[in-house]
Ligand binder design. Structure first.
Ligand code: NI
Length: 271
């Protein structure tokens, strides 16, 4: 298959996404590009790119200096590796996002989430929009691309089918610790019984909307689990009524302090 054919999906796949709020596909780029991406990705984490600017941090812990991160994340990795901007992978992610959302959808960002071998933490159940601006109306999705096979054992994606029809539900900082950047669903007895695991090969992709509930398990294997995520969306609009995302208001992360002391006025949003 040519690289541009990897940026096309079928009418059946589009219908599945509209009904369920997620979609898994077997390939969004070539094995050669996956191998190249893995190299770039590993170098970024090894040299702690973006750490001082608040763009690299521990998503699931308090992110203290000198303590190994259990779920390291880099926001906007192409700021630190500009060669990431020209990949087939990104072009195909945006091409498929246009088929799913409409022709006015465009690239909005990217990030990288690493689960280190043997101790990579789970990413608890959440909706990405819980991280975003409560006063903005979004039509956005995330394209999650593993750079090795993604399995239940190393932390593949799980989704609750149909949850994209929910409003943004209450969230809190992971473990209810405001020093932790990551969020988790804060709803007692939410029924996750219909959740579906999506193991996919290296260079495959899952797509999910900003309100689709999702989760990844811990990495129980001897190899790192690398995920590269591209986001795309239609132009955002102001909402008539601003929502109260109280879980955003009391955050106190080490990452925010690093961003402030590096003189960065606005830190990147992510999921
Ligand atoms: Ni997410």
């Amino acid at each position: 298959m040519s690289t541009s054919e990897l940026g096309q999906i079928s009418g059946e796949q589009i219908a599945f996404f509209r009904e369920n709020g997620y979609l898994a596909i077997g390939a969004i780029t070539t094995p050669d590009e996956v191998a190249w991406l893995r190299d770039v990705y590993d170098r970024l984490f090894q040299r702690r790119a973006g750490r001082d600017q608040g763009d690299q941090f521990d998503l699931a812990g308090a992110d203290e200096e000198g303590k190994e991160a259990s779920l390291p994340q880099i926001l906007q990795p192409s700021k630190y590796a500009p060669e990431l901007a020209g990949t087939a992978c990104r072009a195909n992610a945006v091409a498929i996002a246009r088929q799913l959302l409409g022709p006015d959808a465009s690239y909005t960002g990217e990030h990288a989430i690493l689960k280190p071998a043997r101790h990579g933490a789970p990413t608890p159940w959440h909706q990405d929009e819980a991280y975003w601006d409560p006063g903005t109306e979004y039509a956005g999705l995330s394209v999650w691309i593993p750079l090795q096979d993604a399995t239940i054992e190393n932390g593949c994606m799980w989704f609750v089918p149909g949850s994209h029809n929910l409003d943004v539900l209450p969230h809190r900082s992971i473990g209810n610790d405001v020093r932790v950047h990551g969020l988790e669903l804060d709803v007692a007895d939410f029924d996750l019984g219909s959740a579906v695991a999506c193991p996919i090969p290296a260079g495959g992709a899952t797509f999910h909307l900003s309100t689709t509930l999702h989760y990844t398990g811990p990495n129980l294997t001897d190899q790192p689990r690398r995920a590269y995520i591209v986001t795309a969306g239609k132009p955002p609009k102001p909402r008539a009524a601003v929502r109260d995302f109280w879980w955003q208001k009391n955050k106190r992360t080490a990452r925010m302090d690093r961003a402030a002391s590096s003189g960065k006025l606005k830190i990147e949003s992510e999921q």
